[in-house]
Design a protein around this ligand. Structure first.
Ligand code: HEC
Length: 175
């Protein structure tokens, strides 16, 4: 599945990019008071930066020595740079069966074969028990290549695959 198709299947995307949200329960094309709109279904694109772990490029460990081809996200299209905080890096290195709360992993996507064309940034963050009990308590974030927030929360299409990963939601990254 391409990331575009993947993203198109996300329940709130149509709303997040505006326009396509008409007819979705709770969303109208009339201007809404900000407080009336649940997070993620505002009228216009939202800045995704706030949904990324602050300063992760400096403070996280880079797990990939060189960019690795992505097997899971639109096979063949993307290469990944993957960063993790200490808890996330430890979980990845030890192939943890239970990833501790607070672990965070960021996957930057790039078009294969060159610096040209940065793609989305995807994040997984292990949240407190009960956040997403059927999905390993993982929060998923997708920030688009223009920096816009695409989706943030318990994203069914992400969890649908990562729920079956071998190490508590995480797939191994071979650096
Ligand atoms: C079809 C299966 C599949 C889907 C759907 C999927 N992923 Fe992944 N994901 C993978 C695989 C496999 C990897 C390991 C790297 C690779 O080869 O792409 C991975 C890696 C990651 C990583 C790095 C941490 C790790 O597990 O290695 C993050 C972060 C991530 N995915 C986020 C997401 C988000 C956010 C979504 C939803 C928009 C998503 N993924 C949807 C299969 C999937």
């Amino acid at each position: 599945m391409s990331v575009a198709a993947l993203v198109a299947s996300l329940p709130f995307l149509g709303c997040a990019v505006g326009g396509a949200g008409a007819g979705v329960v709770g969303v109208s094309d009339k201007p809404q008071k900000a407080s009336a709109a649940p997070a993620g279904i505002d009228a216009g694109p939202r800045d995704g930066a706030a949904a990324l772990p602050p300063g992760y490029r400096e403070s996280f460990t880079k797990l990939t020595l060189a960019r690795v081809p992505s097997q899971g996200h639109a096979t063949g299209r993307w290469e990944l740079d993957v960063f993790a905080n200490d808890a996330g890096a430890h979980a990845m290195a030890t192939r943890a069966r239970e990833v501790p709360v607070g672990a965070s992993v960021v996957a930057e996507h790039y078009e294969r074969g060159g610096a040209r064309g940065a793609g989305p940034v995807m994040v997984m963050e292990k949240r407190e028990r009960g956040y997403a009990p059927d999905h390993g308590d993982w929060r998923y974030v997708v920030v688009g290549s223009a920096g816009q927030l695409v989706n943030d929360g318990v994203i069914a299409s992400c969890a649908g695959c990562h729920d079956d990963a071998p190490m508590d939601g995480l797939f191994p990254i071979v650096p």
